[in-house]
Design a protein around this ligand. Structure first.
Ligand code: GLN
Length: 273
């Protein structure tokens, strides 16, 4: 009979991924695997593990195989209908929350919400906020709604492209977005996890700035006085995004560096400066 130990000797997976898949198959914590690594393994479970292992070895992202990814300390359900939340997007959430400090019952909009991670984290941190999220993908919205429900966040979800999704109510104190910003010609789209993620969440099928431009140009109409727009963008897009925001009527436009010192989020206040 096979054991976890013998299976691990034959596995081409890194040890951590081997353990994550087994935790998923057996629904046990990691310490259990270590304590039981010589026990015989149920052949049906071993077969299930091999299926998942084959998917991983074919390059499928771990998050899609497990159906979950952690973001800001919370577990979000993910499916191939949504972009997998990235650690750098936590910067966008943190900057958004900082803008809301001192505002009572603020109104917030997350454009292209995907898993709902950004909208949900803001709603959970600021229970007094009224948070809306939109997405052009109905399947993505199903994932976002499921996450909001599981995590107990009150978010209003709307289906449609950017601002077209919204009923005619403006007055947002904050608009946040992690839109598709990878240029169509970027070879990364054909590499790694990105091959499995929805193209509509990754690329604008153009120069990479089209969605950022559309969101910035439309924001004025939807923002309250002194309202802010904060957008995530690519590592080399900060200067271009600052230019787009300045010519779209924003003042105090600044880019924020991530932990690696790369400017990944740019924001500004509407109608200032
Ligand atoms: N941050 C993602 C990546 O570089 C892209 C996400 C996006 O386009 N919004 O893989």
């Amino acid at each position: 009979m096979e054991s976890l130990r013998s299976l691990s000797r034959d596995s081409a997976l890194p040890r951590l991924e081997f353990q994550m898949l087994w935790q998923h198959v057996l629904q046990v914590p990691r310490v259990w695997l270590i304590a039981h690594d010589g026990d015989p393994v149920d052949p049906a479970k071993a077969a299930r593990f091999r299926e998942l292992q084959a998917r991983r070895l074919a390059g499928e992202p771990m998050a899609y195989i497990l159906g979950v990814r952690e973001f800001m300390g919370r577990d979000f359900h993910v499916s191939p209908a949504v972009l997998i939340p990235r650690p750098e997007t936590e910067l966008l959430v943190e900057a958004g929350l900082r803008h809301l400090e001192g505002l009572k019952s603020p109104r917030v909009l997350d454009l292209g919400t995907g898993t709902g991670a950004i909208a949900i984290c803001i709603a959970l941190d600021r229970p007094d906020a009224r948070v809306a999220g939109s997405d052009s993908s109905a399947q993505a919205l199903d994932v976002a709604k499921r996450n909001a429900q599981t995590l107990g966040a009150a978010v209003d979800f709307f289906h449609g492209s950017w601002y077209d999704a919204l009923p005619a109510i403006g007055g947002f104190d904050l608009i946040v977005s992690n839109p598709p910003y990878i240029a169509a010609s970027d070879p990364h789209l054909k590499q790694g996890d990105l091959r499995f993620e929805p193209a509509s969440a990754l690329t604008d099928h153009g120069d990479g700035l089209a969605a950022l431009r559309e969101i910035a140009q439309g924001a004025g109409q939807w923002l309250a006085p002194q309202g802010a727009l904060l957008m995530e963008h690519g590592w080399d897009q900060a200067a271009a995004v600052r230019g787009i925001m300045e010519s779209s009527g924003f003042g105090r436009v600044t880019s924020l560096p991530d932990l690696a010192g790369v400017e990944r989020v740019t924001g500004g206040i509407y109608n200032e400066g």
